[in-house]
Design a protein. Structure first.
Length: 316
């Protein structure tokens, strides 16, 4: 159970955003040279045309964070904490968020959140809670280098992954701010469906993940929309985790959200785990699809198994 954020005295609004992508672009045709696949096979099953590969999780996070700070017009010393969502830390210890804090020159606390592909929504929810108890400005980042934990001879995983980062500056406001509702979930009994051991590679049961992912995305989204006091028709934009175009389409259909209201960037970026929602959000902002006053649904799922949905009133 949780309190509806509408009841809190202080909320938050996004005042800046930024992204970072490695320079190296790998197309489906490039992959077909080294593995038994083709552009048509990948596009039909995933919706992916290309992905960016390279960099480090901290390096991409620093780059995206710097852009977000500049766009918000904020100095590093005005940020109260760095919250980094990642499932691919640079090291086991120390936390990668500390490297990001140092790289950006932010004299404040920093911590990692690992909820896999749900991580950015988890981090954004935690950040709003911090604003409610006194924080003024936070930097929330999703950054991933999944290529480092991928077996490039495993076609089932290799065609999916991409590297990248997305960041937002979140600032406190009096009243509820932008977050109308949130719904987080986890079921550790399904951890075997998508996992990676220390020193190993990602492995997954694609068919079972598809089935469960659609169900939990639909259920948590419907709950978040209801708790926000809205109906599906009130949702102006859905920004889903970019795991697979078929999952995005199936979830939208079951929710009753028209496909034209979904933000899709998986064709360009692949599955970037916790970076996928902020990358898609930035795309929607930069193309004018996400505007002040819009009701936006963020929703995703990932290894754990975890899932998370949140409804925002953009601009507060």
């Amino acid at each position: 159970m949780h309190r509806n954020p509408m009841k809190v005295a202080r909320g938050g609004v996004v005042t800046g955003w930024g992204t970072a992508l490695p320079d190296k672009i790998v197309t489906n045709e490039d992959l077909s040279v080294s593995m038994d696949t083709s552009d048509a096979w990948i596009r039909e099953r995933t919706g992916i045309r290309q992905r960016h590969l390279g960099g480090t999780t901290s390096g991409l996070a620093i780059e995206a964070g710097r852009v977000a700070l500049d766009r918000a017009g904020r100095r590093p010393d005005e940020i109260d904490a760095v919250i980094l969502a990642t499932t691919t830390p640079d090291q086991i210890v120390p936390g990668t968020s500390a490297a990001v804090q140092d790289g950006l020159g932010i004299p404040a606390g920093a911590f990692d959140v690992n909820a896999a592909c749900s991580g950015f929504v988890y981090a954004l929810t935690v950040a709003h809670g911090m604003l409610a108890i006194g924080a003024e400005r936070l930097l929330v980042i999703g950054s991933e280098t999944l290529s480092r934990i991928t077996d490039w001879d495993d076609r089932s995983v290799a065609v999916l992954v991409g590297d990248g980062a997305g960041a937002v500056v979140l600032e406190a406001v009096d009243g509820p701010g932008q977050l109308l509702s949130w719904k987080l979930g986890a079921d550790g009994s399904m951890g075997h469906l998508l996992q990676c051991d220390h020193g190993g590679y990602l492995s997954m049961d694609g068919k079972e993940i598809f089935r469960k992912a659609v169900r939990v995305v639909v259920e948590s989204s419907a709950q978040a929309i209801a708790e926000a006091g809205l109906t599906v028709d009130d949702i102006d934009l859905m920004i889903p985790h970019q795991a697979n175009l078929r999952i995005i389409q199936a979830a939208g259909q079951r929710l009753g959200i028209p496909e034209e209201k979904s933000v899709v960037v998986i064709d360009r970026y692949g599955n970037t785990s916790s970076a996928s929602i902020p990358l898609a959000m930035a795309d929607a902002l930069e193309t004018g699809r996400l505007r002040p006053g819009n009701h936006v649904l963020l929703t995703g799922f990932g290894g754990g198994m975890t899932w998370a949905s949140a409804v925002l009133h953009w601009g507060g």
